[in-house]
Design a protein around this ligand. Structure first.
Ligand code: GUN
Length: 281
């Protein structure tokens, strides 16, 4: 039987409508939610991502400021820009678009962002908060996966969740969120032996490896929920990490495009609103 396709676009639309309502409520209290984005250089993909973030903010009634800095910006100049947004009480969320040009120290810049304005959730303080179960900002993509699972009634509690990929942005926070939701969690990666034996045990399988079609039907348990976080460009088209033939085996599958992708920006709006709501009376 073919898997139920998890509609990330529809879920993201609903989240964005909810975000617009939260933004309106804040404005009624005299708080204008405000996201500041720093974009360094001319990377075409980053330009598109930032433009999409701007548009999403505008549609939700969130103010956005995009600081576009030239490719040759120095570390000192970039850090000064972050400090300025940190000190600006009218800015609630700060995001530095990645990747940065190679001469810039990404880690240093991300660590400089005020953790309470870190709407990407990349600051080590927020990573620590997620690890210890304290309130903090959670990276948008894994957060979006949790909302998607919930939207189709999949409760991770007691289930075996297998995450393939161990990046700081997706794999690791994904594993922690599933653990916090009471799943039994296994994290696999490029050095995992007998990977298919592990993935076949998954009730919930999350693929975040960055290799098109990496997860094949033989690696999936009949009736599993499969979440595809991959965004790979193949011959000018988008392809996920999951072979579309997995739909014949899984009970649920997120498509690419139209699955996890649209949720990421929706969660950025949520995080920005949460940052602004801290100023509520
Ligand atoms: N580049 C690609 N994805 C992201 C993201 O989620 N946040 C930031 N800051 N940069 C990115």
């Amino acid at each position: 039987m073919a898997a139920i396709r998890i509609d990330g676009k529809a879920c993201a639309t609903a989240c964005r409508e909810q975000a617009a309502r939260r933004a309106a409520e804040l404005k009624a209290q005299g708080i204008e939610p405000h996201l500041a984005v720093i974009l360094v250089g001319e990377d075409p993909a980053s330009q598109v991502y930032v433009r999409n973030k701007e548009r999403a903010c505008e549609a939700a009634g969130i103010r956005s400021t995009v600081l576009r800095l030239p490719q040759e910006t120095t570390q000192e100049e970039l850090e000064a820009a972050v400090r300025k947004f940190n000190a600006d009480a009218a800015v609630h969320g700060i995001l530095v678009q990645l990747p940065l040009p190679r001469h810039l120290d990404e880690k240093r810049v991300l660590t400089l962002i005020d953790p309470d304005k870190d709407v990407d959730g990349f600051h080590p303080v927020n990573a620590g908060r997620l690890l210890t179960g304290e309130k903090g900002f959670v990276p948008c993509t894994p957060l979006g996966v949790m909302v998607l699972l919930k939207s189709c009634g999949i409760d991770p509690a007691g289930k075996h969740a297998v995450v393939v990929g161990r990046s700081n942005i997706v794999g690791k926070p994904m594993a922690l969120l599933l653990l916090a939701a009471n799943a039994t969690v296994t994290v696999c990666h490029s050095r995992t032996e007998n990977l298919a034996d592990v993935t076949r045990q998954a009730d919930i399988l999350v693929a975040a490896v960055g290799k098109p079609g990496f997860i094949t039907p033989e690696m999936v348990k009949e009736g599993a929920a499969v979440v595809d976080v991959g965004i790979n460009r193949v011959d000018g088209r988008l392809a996920g990490d999951v072979d579309p033939a997995v739909a014949e085996k899984a009970a649920y599958l997120t498509p690419v495009p139209g699955g996890v992708g649209p949720m990421t920006i929706a969660m950025l709006l949520d995080n920005t609103l949460s940052a602004a709501e801290r100023w509520q009376a």
